[in-house]
Design a protein around this ligand. Sequence first.
Ligand code: UT7
Length: 324
Amino acid sequence: MVIRSQIIGAGGYLPARVVTNDELAKQLDTSDAWIQERTGIRQRHIAAPEETAAFMGAAAARSALREAGAGVDDVDAIVLATTTPDQAFPATAVRVQALLGMKRGFAFDVSAACSGFIYALAVADAMLRAGTARSALVIGSEVYSRILDWSDRSTAVLFGDGAGAVYLRAGKGEGLGTDRGVLSTHLHSQGELGDILYVDGAVGRRDRPGTLVMNGREVFRHAVVRLAEAVDEALLANGLDRGQVDWLVPHQANMRIIEAMRRKIALRPEQVVVTVDRHANTSAASIPLALAEAVGDGRIRSGDLVLMEALGGGLTWGSALVRL
Ligand code: UT7
């Protein structure tokens, strides 16, 4: 008998304001055709001033708890992934704790850029299996609109704002691939590649709050290689074959990267959850937002085997294999 972290509910939150490619093309030297062809993005949601990472994270968490039929008293821990926190401290996770009216447990942030959700899931899963907590909210919440250089067409068109969350509860398994819950997580980073995707400042520097800088071509090159490795690693660790994967829920950065992973696992297009067309890249929020959408509309069902993968600034990357 082993402990498994089971996903009991998933939820998401998107700002009401939608910005289309054509709207961006009014202020930038770009076009709807270029953005769609190179990335698959058609539009993105952009946060209003009050829609911070904590505000959106709390909304996504409420939705995940509602789907799970659980309340705040059923939450032992909040692990929140963000690189766009409301404040340097306290952690955005404790702001979410307060917004939820949660009077117990503990909360902290994880910073791993676009891989943040996979990292947060890995940390929460380890805590549940170790008995540190019996349940957890794992949240990804990002407002990249606040760290973009809106005059840089090579990055401004790629990102959007939003939050996603899952509610995890410790359950029992047999230690087999047929168990319900997180089967394994696989984390990697390569610090010497920190300069191909980064924010050139922080709250620790009064002179420079920072905006996002990316060598897109380099990141793309690493993404297709590293994500393919992370997919193989997850399947091998569980003795599972790619034919047993029901769903790919990838980080949503670029449709061309998603397509490369789909072909690698030999899935049909309808087995891949795609939101990049409507959400653009919401960094740590993209996987839980996609998962919440596909669970919510009934595509992903209890018992399905779901493969998640992400790569982002760091470089950081990783994968998770989960049976819903
Ligand atoms: O979530 C974190 C991980 N991030 C990623 O995974 C992103 C990975 N990278 C990418 O998705 C792609 O590299 C991009 C979408 C960022 C760029 O696509 P690309 O096919 O690699 O284009 P490129 O950077 O090679 O640029 C091609 C051309 C350039 O012009 P020249 O030098 O060929 O004359 C750019 O200046 O496209 C130009 N360009 C644009 N044109 C119109 C760059 N951005 C734009 C734009 N509109 N928005």
